[in-house]
Design a protein around this ligand. Structure first.
Ligand code: ADP
Ligand code: MG
Length: 249
């Protein structure tokens, strides 16, 4: 018999994933040069790397917003390369939540309407069930009393919390966040980050968070570093050398 606990099931598997863009030049420009990556259930990961290194491109592929030019990408064991566009869209809606830097909320809609949006797109949800999901998520992110306010009446930090609630609406196994705290002050950034961590702990949701903030990256379980379209390092945070002068607090 195997010793120790079995590793958690993979939520995401990439093997040899490449992405090239056709910029109208005679040859395509490749920006991801063969990415191998496995994320398991319950992992809370930071994706770091210099600007232009391919982080957003990688997130767009993982989020099924775009297709790789080569390689394999499996979501919960399902090979996405074989799927037609409609099936890909459905898989994306059910399996992946998104949090963007500029939240991408519908600003004229209320907080509750925004959180319900993924359920509406999934179709067939009774209105009452959608409202229950939205209410309980808004409660969890501390915005119950803002439920019926249009989101453009909320602060930047509150809007990002609505976006996090929306990302969790379908209870997806994987949430992708592209610089989710990039636009926020330190206090709101911490609040948004803590919320994602709470959902990770309580639901076992896997998170992949692009961040430029080393302080937040170190609070993840694992740091994946992309440089020039390749994974340069990938290590559990506990295994990284502690900084010589840990930041206060
Ligand atoms: P990061 O998020 O790490 O800053 P990106 O993934 O946005 O980096 O970009 C990586 C490289 O891919 C950059 O050189 C960028 O110009 C290029 N790129 C990204 N998206 C496209 C696109 N749709 N068409 C052409 N080039 C792109
Ligand atoms: Mg980016």
């Amino acid at each position: 018999m195997a010793e120790g606990p079995l590793p958690a099931a993979p939520v995401l598997q990439l093997a040899g994933v490449r992405k090239a863009f056709n910029l109208g030049l005679p040859t395509e420009v490749e920006v991801l040069h063969g990415i191998d990556l496995t994320l398991r259930r319950g992992e809370f990961c930071a994706l770091i790397g210099p600007s232009g290194s391919g982080k957003s491109t990688l997130l767009n592929l993982i989020g099924l917003l775009d297709r790789p030019t080569a390689g394999q990408l499996l979501i919960e064991g399902q090979d996405t390369g074989a799927l037609e566009d409609a099936a890909l869209t459905q898989l994306r809606g059910r399996s992946i939540g998104f949090v963007f830097q500029h939240h991408h909320l519908i600003t004229a809609f209320t907080a509750a309407e925004n959180v319900m949006m993924p359920l509406l797109l999934d179709r067939g949800w009774p209105g009452e069930a959608m409202r229950r999901v939205a209410e309980s998520l808004l409660e969890r992110v501390g915005l119950a009393r803002w439920r019926d306010y249009p989101v453009n009446r909320l602060s930047g930090g509150q809007q990002q919390r609505v976006a996090i609630a929306r990302a969790l609406a379908m209870d997806p196994p994987l949430v992708l966040a592209d610089e989710p705290t990039g636009n926020l002050d330190t206090k709101s950034a911490d609040a948004a980050f803590d919320l994602m961590r709470e959902f990770n702990r309580s639901r076992g949701t896997t998170f992949l968070i692009v961040t430029h903030d080393p302080r937040l990256a170190r609070r993840c379980d694992r740091i994946i570093e992309v440089v020039d379209g390749r994974i340069l390092s990938d290590a559990p945070v506990a295994a990284l050398a502690a900084p010589a002068f840990p930041p206060a607090g």
